[in-house]
Design a protein around this ligand. Structure first.
Ligand code: UGA
Length: 469
C-alpha cells in the first residue's frame, strides 16, 4: 500500500466531489472544502446532491473518515500539502471563462500558506491560468519557493465520472517543477502502478494491474490546452456527424451506416459519432466558447469552432422542423417528451438541448407531457408546471393520448419501450426520435410512423402511401 497523502479539494461540484471520494478510494486522506454551508451539511449527512453512479456508495464508505467536508479553506490549506482547485469556471457574457472563483480561492490559499504547498488546478481553465494563480499567490506575499502551481485537468463524463477517474485514458500533469511532479506521481501511483486494480473492492473498468493508465507530464500551458482542445475536438466530432446526418437525410442515405463505416477507420474511431439533437451539458458549449475566445485574444483564427457551434444550434432547429413535418401544425398538439437531461444517466439539465426544444415547442403552442427518470425536479425550475407544461410519473402516463412521442435523451430505458402497449396508449402512433434509439424497420412493423436523425423516415405501409414516404 502507498503512503496516504493528505489532500485538500476545493469545490464539491461534479469534479471536486468525484475527485475527493476517488482520492479516498485510492487510499488518501481528503478534506473537501466548499463555501456553501448547506452543501457541506448535506455532504456530511451522506447526500451527494448529484446523480452519479458509484458516488453514493463511495461517499457512504468514506465520509467523516477518509473524506471530511468543511467550509474552512484556511484550515484545509494548513493541513495539506496538495491542494486541488475544482471550483466553477462559468461562462461570462463575452464567452470567456469567468475565473473570479479561481482567483478568490488562490488569494485565500495564499493567506494560509504555512510551508511548501502544491496548488493543482483541476477546473477547466484557459491557457495562462496557472501563471495567473502563481502571480496572485506571490502578490499576497508568498515566497516563490514556498509553492508550485500545477495543471491536472480532468476528463470525467457525467454519469460515468467515478469510473472515468479510476480508469482514465490518461492522467495529464502539467508542471515545470520536479518537486511538484514527485508529489503528483505519488498521489496517482495507486492507479499508475496498478495496485488499486488488485483490490477486491476496486470499481471495475478498462484499466487493470497489467494495463494501468499512463501519467503524461507536460508543461502547464500544454496541459491547459490539452483540456480545451480535447473537449473542442469531441464537440467537433459530434457536429461533424450531425452535418453528415443532414446530408444523409437529403440523399436518402443512413447516417448509422455511414458513422459505422467511418468509425471503423482506426484513425477516426467509432466514439462520439452518434448523431442527435446536438451536444449540451455544462462543458462543451462553455468550453468551445472559451477556447474560441482564447484563440481570438491571441490573434489566432479558429473559426472552425464557430462552425461547430453553428451546426449544433441548427440541429435543434432541424429537429423542430421534423416535428412540424410529421404533425403539420403544432398549436394545440399534445406531445409526450421522453428525456430532459442533456444526456442519459444524469439529472443535469444545464445547456440541455432537450430543454431548449421543449421551450421551442411550448412557444409554438404545444402541450408537453414530459418524463425523465432523474432530471424532472431540476427541469421544473426552468420549465415550471402549467396547463401547457406537465410532468408525468412514467412513460405510459406521458404517452397516453399523445399526438406524437419525442425521444430527446438517450436513457437506456427509452430504448426498451413496450411498443405494442405504446401503440395502444397514443392517440397517433408517431415517434420522433432525436437519439436514434430504434431500428426504423422495427418501428414500422409495430405500426409506428418513425422519424429519426439522418435516416429515411419510415411509416407502416398504409401510412407510407398516404405520406408518400
Ligand atoms: C464532457 C467530456 O466527454 C469529458 O471528457 C469532459 O471531462 C467533460 O465534458 C468536462 O469537461 O467536464 P460530459 O459533458 O459529461 O463530458 O458529457 P459527454 O458524454 O461528453 O456528452 C456531451 C454532450 O454530447 C451530450 O449532450 C451528449 O448527448 C452529446 N453527444 C455525445 C452526442 O450528441 N453524440 C455523441 O456521439 C456523444
Amino acid at each position: 500500500m502507498v503512503e496516504p497523502i493528505q489532500i485538500a479539494v476545493v469545490g464539491s461540484g461534479y469534479v471536486g466531489l468525484v475527485a475527493a471520494v476517488c482520492f479516498a478510494e485510492i487510499g488518501h486522506s481528503v478534506i473537501c472544502v466548499d463555501n456553501d454551508e448547506g452543501k457541506v451539511a448535506a455532504l456530511q449527512g451522506g447526500n451527494t446532491l448529484i446523480h452519479e453512479n458509484h458516488l453514493p456508495a463511495l461517499l457512504e464508505r468514506y465520509r467523516n473518515t477518509r473524506v471530511r467536508f468543511t467550509t474552512d479553506l484556511g484550515e484545509a490549506t494548513r493541513a495539506c500539502q496538495a491542494i486541488f482547485v475544482a471550483v466553477g469556471t462559468p461562462q461570462s457574457d463575452t464567452g470567456d471563462a469567468d475565473l473570479s472563483y479561481v482567483e478568490a480561492v488562490a488569494s485565500e490559499i495564499a493567506r494560509s500558506i504555512n510551508g511548501y504547498k502544491v496548488i493543482i488546478e483541476k477546473s477547466t481553465v484557459p491557457v495562462y491560468t496557472n501563471e495567473w494563480i502563481r502571480r496572485v499567490i506571490e502578490r499576497n506575499g508568498v515566497a516563490r519557493d514556498s509553492f508550485d502551481v500545477v495543471s491536472n485537468p480532468e476528463f470525467l463524463r457525467e454519469g460515468t465520472a467515478v469510473e472515468d477517474f479510476l480508469h482514465p485514458d490518461r492522467i495529464v500533469v502539467g508542471t515545470d517543477s520536479e518537486r511538484a511532479s514527485e508529489l503528483l506521481d505519488a498521489i496517482y501511483s495507486p492507479l499508475t502502478g496498478g495496485e488499486y486494480y488488485q483490490q477486491p473492492t476496486a470499481i471495475p473498468g478498462c484499466c487493470s494491474r497489467l494495463n494501468p493508465p499512463i501519467l503524461l507530464q507536460t508543461s502547464t500551458k500544454s496541459a491547459e490546452i490539452i483540456k480545451h482542445a480535447s473537449n473542442a475536438f469531441l464537440a467537433l466530432k459530434i457536429s461533424f456527424i450531425n452535418a453528415v446526418s443532414n446530408l444523409c437525410e437529403a440523399a436518402d442515405a443512413n447516417v448509422e451506416q455511414v458513422a459505422r463505416g467511418i468509425g471503423l477507420d482506426s484513425r477516426i474511431g467509432p466514439k462520439f459519432l452518434r448523431p442527435g439533437i446536438g451536444y449540451g451539458g455544462s462543458c462543451f458549449p462553455k468550453d468551445i466558447a472559451a477556447f474560441r475566445s482564447v484563440a481570438e485574444q491571441m490573434g489566432v483564427d479558429f473559426s472552425l469552432l464557430s462552425e461547430v457551434e453553428k451546426i449544433n444550434i441548427n440541429q435543434k432547429k432541424r429537429f423542430l422542423s421534423k416535428v412540424r413535418s410529421a404533425l403539420w401544425t403544432l398549436r394545440g398538439k399534445r406531445l409526450a417528451v421522453l428525456g430532459l437531461a442533456f444526456k442519459g444517466d444524469t439529472d443535469d439539465i444545464r445547456e440541455s438541448p432537450a430543454i431548449d426544444l421543449v421551450s421551442m415547442l411550448l412557444a409554438e403552442g404545444c402541450t408537453v407531457i414530459a418524463y425523465d427518470p432523474a432530471a424532472m425536479e431540476r427541469a421544473e425550475v426552468k420549465l415550471p408546471r402549467s396547463s401547457q407544461m406537465q410532468y408525468a410519473n412514467g412513460i405510459e402516463e406521458a404517452a397516453t393520448d399523445a399526438d406524437a412521442l419525442l425521444i430527446l435523451t438517450d436513457w437506456q430505458e427509452f430504448a426498451r419501450l413496450d411498443l405494442m402497449q405504446l401503440h395502444t396508449l397514443m392517440r397517433y402512433p408517431i415517434v420522433i426520435d432525436g437519439r436514434n434509439l430504434y431500428d426504423p424497420k422495427q418501428m414500422t412493423e409495430n405500426g409506428f410512423t418513425y422519424l429519426s436523425i439522418g435516416r429515411p423516415s419510415a411509416a407502416p405501409l398504409h401510412e407510407a402511401a398516404r405520406l408518400g414516404v
